[in-house]
Write a protein that binds this ligand. Structure first.
Ligand code: PGA
Length: 254
């Protein structure tokens, strides 16, 4: 495949995997994916497994991501994790505003933009998630919702920061449901998001931003999704928990 932007495929383990289970998974991935250079491959374990997994991936082409991060740098914020703590474990990417956090932790676009600025402040790369609910799609509001989320979650970023930001388009109705957006639905949403980025950050920056698709990505649908002109990778939940399926998604995308 001949796309100017390098594909980035990230596995979001969510609240799964003990340290031992995470280590077993990455040890298989290291073998299965050892020769892959065409794709940036990222694993996002729970915080408790970051230290062990970071050591295990040191000598590999796997990179480490976190599933969230505080917008603060230190202080009295019980239960939170800041950038400096993640950097101790060579974390490079931080997922922000996943729909589960928007839903269960009530994270707002304004909070997500603060977090994105903190992520950039630490020279890490945010993966900012956006996506519409089923009711919103059915009501014809997909573009309106995406526009609000993109504008709000990326507010205050400079062009240079935008280029180093990854967006994950994840229609909420496709997450963990086995229902994938059709390739056309995905491409349409990605093209819409890129068009917005052109308006907000200019064409040169927008062309460089990688937009991942997420929502029931599996080995059989990965190739077609990744072949769309504005789809630059995947954020994978369920299928990232098994080495075989995650490795096959990566290989099928090349
Ligand atoms: P899924 O999750 O692949 O299990 O649908 C995707 C995500 O939440 O990022």
């Amino acid at each position: 495949m001949n796309k100017k932007r390098k594909l980035i495929i990230a596995g979001n383990w969510k609240m799964n995997k003990t340290v031992a289970e995470g280590l077993a998974l990455v040890s298989d991935l290291k073998i299965d994916l050892a020769n892959v250079k065409e794709v940036d491959i990222v694993v996002c374990p729970p915080f408790t497994a970051l230290e062990s997994v970071s050591k295990a991936v040191l000598d590999s082409n796997l990179r480490l991501g976190s599933q969230d991060m505080s917008e603060h740098n230190f202080g009295a914020f019980t239960g939170e994790i800041c950038a400096g703590m993640l950097k101790e474990f060579s974390v490079r990417y931080v997922i922000l505003g996943h729909s589960e956090r928007r839903q269960y932790q009530k994270e707002s676009d304004a909070l997500i933009s603060k977090k994105a600025l903190a992520v950039h402040g630490a020279s890490l790369k945010p993966i900012v998630c956006v996506g519409e609910l089923l009711a919103e799609r059915e009501a014809g509001q997909t573009e309106k919702v995406l526009e609000t989320q993109v504008r709000g979650s990326l507010a205050g970023l400079s062009k240079d920061q935008m280029v180093e930001t990854i967006i994950a388009y994840e229609p909420v109705w496709a997450i963990g449901t086995g229902k994938t957006a059709t390739t056309q639905q995905a491409q349409d949403a990605h093209a819409f998001i890129r068009g917005l980025l052109v308006k907000l950050f200019g064409e040169a920056a927008a062309k460089k931003v990688r937009v991942q698709y997420g929502g029931s990505v599996k080995p059989p649908n990965a190739r077609e999704l990744m072949s769309q002109p504005d789809v630059d990778g995947a954020l994978v939940g369920g299928a990232s928990l098994e080495a075989r399926s995650f490795a096959d998604i990566v290989k099928n995308s090349i």
